[in-house]
Write a protein that binds this ligand. Sequence first.
Ligand SMILES: Cc1cc2nc3c(=O)[nH]c(=O)nc-3n(C[C@H](O)[C@H](O)[C@H](O)COP(=O)(O)OP(=O)(O)OC[C@H]3O[C@@H](n4cnc5c(N)ncnc54)[C@H](O)[C@@H]3O)c2cc1C
Length: 392
Amino acid sequence: MNLTFSEEEEAFRREVRAWIEQAMPDDMRERAKGSGGFTPEDSATWHRILYEKGWIAPHWPEEVGGTGWDAARRFILDEEMSLAGTPPLSVFGLSMVGPLIISFGTDAQKKRFLPKILSGEEIWCQGYSEPGSGSDLASLRTTAEDAGDHFIVNGQKTWTSYAQYADWVFCLVRTDPNVKKQAGITFLLIDLKSAGVEVKPMQTLGHTAAFCDTFFDNVKVPKENVVGGVNQGWTMAKALLGHERTMLAMIGPCRNVLQKIKRIAATKTVGGRPMLEDPVWRAKIARLEMRFRAHLMVSYRALADQQKGKMPGPESSILKLVGTELIQELTELTMEVMGENSLTWYNEGVCASVEESIGPYFCYERAATIYGGSNEIQRNVIAKMILQLPSS
Ligand SMILES: Cc1cc2nc3c(=O)[nH]c(=O)nc-3n(C[C@H](O)[C@H](O)[C@H](O)COP(=O)(O)OP(=O)(O)OC[C@H]3O[C@@H](n4cnc5c(N)ncnc54)[C@H](O)[C@@H]3O)c2cc1C
């Protein structure tokens, strides 16, 4: 396993860094110094800039709009964007339903959906979870009844992140209630503008509406919107899982928050000297930085595997588990380092800039160990698939 980048890759890194430097609008660069404050509109703007450059979907095959880069170049772009603190991109189209349509969709689906995911004209969200069906996803109860050339969908999805900004939702729905629960599920693409769809955003403690309840009341969905075949939804869901968990390794966010901690600790003083020179604070910061570096090495290992064409396997659960625990510890340490200033909230207009604020982000990342499959479930996966322990 080679964990160092070649001279060509380093030259590529310099090219990417220089491009981001000039492509990022000034106001965005200013806000990037903080650890929050980007809106869905900022994400859409950055999406458009990357699309125009042709770098919006490096992980897609070239013939459908990818760049043809290997895993190392893709990693470098991600790493440089997170170092520059660019706005997060909506992952549901680019990294979830898009790749699934590429692998399992019909030609008509590829033609209809992929170009608009690339251009950012259509934003997607994920409709898997339901009240009572989260970890035990296969128990989902939203039904899609066969009505000839279309389905009639009824039920409720919950936690649908950013559905209020989305145009389409990819859903798991029950198409056969009379078979083993995993065998009666279908992966369906639903236009959120269809009659009978209602999206209700939920206000959170972090003062954002990051997720929604989404209701379906006799919604008509054409059969051509099934991906991978009727009752093949569980296979589709599993195909997406590894990718979702690898994305949740949190390398970029951890790096950003660590930078912020060090920036504050370099100027804020305790006992007449910068916190960074105080042995107690140094030790706290160093402990988390070491954990972050070890985590980075594990993600480089996953990268090296991908370079050899290996798809993400159960090891992606380790990346999700450690990455999400680390971002929680790092945001907690930021609160500690900021002291009483951490109680101010930029979106209440209390502080002058996002640079001074960590509160909303701290609150949001309390959920990191739940979303994308809870960390208890990741531990079960690691115990069973990697350690091969017998189930109790
Ligand atoms: C911020 C946020 C955003 C989200 N975004 C989306 C989204 O866009 N789309 C979407 O479909 N879903 C989304 N989710 C839902 C998420 O996937 C679920 O919350 C998650 O899978 C857990 O399900 P649950 O909430 O029903 O909890 P439950 O499954 O009820 O779990 C409750 C507790 O029991 C534990 N538990 C359950 N089963 C086991 C077991 N077998 N072994 C050990 N412990 C167990 C869990 O770890 C948890 O601590 C989001 C969630 C959050 C918090």
